[in-house]
Design a protein around this ligand. Structure first.
Ligand SMILES: [Zn+2]
Ligand SMILES: [Zn+2]
Length: 239
């Protein structure tokens, strides 16, 4: 499998439970051989997350550091079963990249039908380009509907490396990811592998995810991480 050049889901000290600065994360990305890093701190509704002013001032940040292109975005919380996210449109428009994720502190798991509909509705938001860690078994999800919905809406499904590491709080991630990958292969849905790093040393480290991709024989042409242009077509921002 070719080298991965991008990591588009990472957190800085601004998230409240992560510990690197933007500059430290960019340096770590450079050292890990990445060409592109996206910083996606948690949106305001997650406890400890920054005020929206943090997101409003991204214009001051260099979009290239240590030879790494930098995107400044957000990991949105889905806050109700209508798929609403916790950022207003005027600010969403300014983000280089928006990931939408389910977090139990922001939305209690519903029935399988509710959870599935919630993610499908979140994907209807045109600013949402990636569904983060859909493998979390605390939310029962119809993965076939999710994958078909993502394909129809041209949204990426995330393979979250941190879900596969020891101590992950999500449930049944390995078996769920095998199901998700099987469906992505069947329907020709592209995936993005992200570290969800909360500390610089894990930026660009995809070992567990790569092992799973190899074990399942997942087709390399459906992984966007090996080519910046394949990722570019999912977002508006030109980097
Ligand atoms: Zn998350
Ligand atoms: Zn995250």
């Amino acid at each position: 499998m070719k080298r991965f050049l991008l990591d588009t889901h990472t957190h800085t000290v601004a998230s409240g439970h992560a510990y690197g600065t933007v500059t430290e994360m960019a340096k770590a990305a450079s050292e890990a051989g990445l060409r592109l890093l996206a910083v996606t701190d948690h949106a305001p509704k997650l406890p400890g997350a920054p005020h929206e002013m943090y997101f409003r001032n991204f214009k001051v940040i260099d979009r290239e550091m240590f030879g790494v292109k930098l995107l400044m975005g957000v990991e949105l919380n889905i806050i109700d079963h209508r798929g609403t996210v916790d950022m207003e449109e005027g600010l969403l428009r300014k983000m280089d990249l928006c990931i939408a994720s389910l977090h139990t502190v922001c939305l209690r798991p519903g029935t399988k039908a509710e959870n599935t509909r919630t993610l499908l509705r979140a994907m209807e938001n045109p600013y949402v380009r990636i569904i983060g860690h859909p493998d979390d078994g605390r939310y029962d999800i119809d993965y076939e509907a999710l994958v078909k919905g993502a394909r129809a809406r041209k949204v990426l499904i995330e393979l979250n490396n941190s879900s596969l590491t020891a101590g992950a709080c999500r449930k049944n991630s390995l078996s769920n990811l095998k199901k998700i990958l099987g469906l992505c292969e069947r329907y020709g849905q592209e995936v993005i592998v992200n570290t969800d790093s909360h500390f610089p040393s894990s930026v660009g480290r995809f070992d567990e995810a790569r092992a799973l991709l190899e074990e399942t024989g997942f087709p390399e042409e459906l992984i966007v991480n090996t080519d910046l242009e394949r990722f570019q077509k999912y977002i508006r921002k030109i980097f």
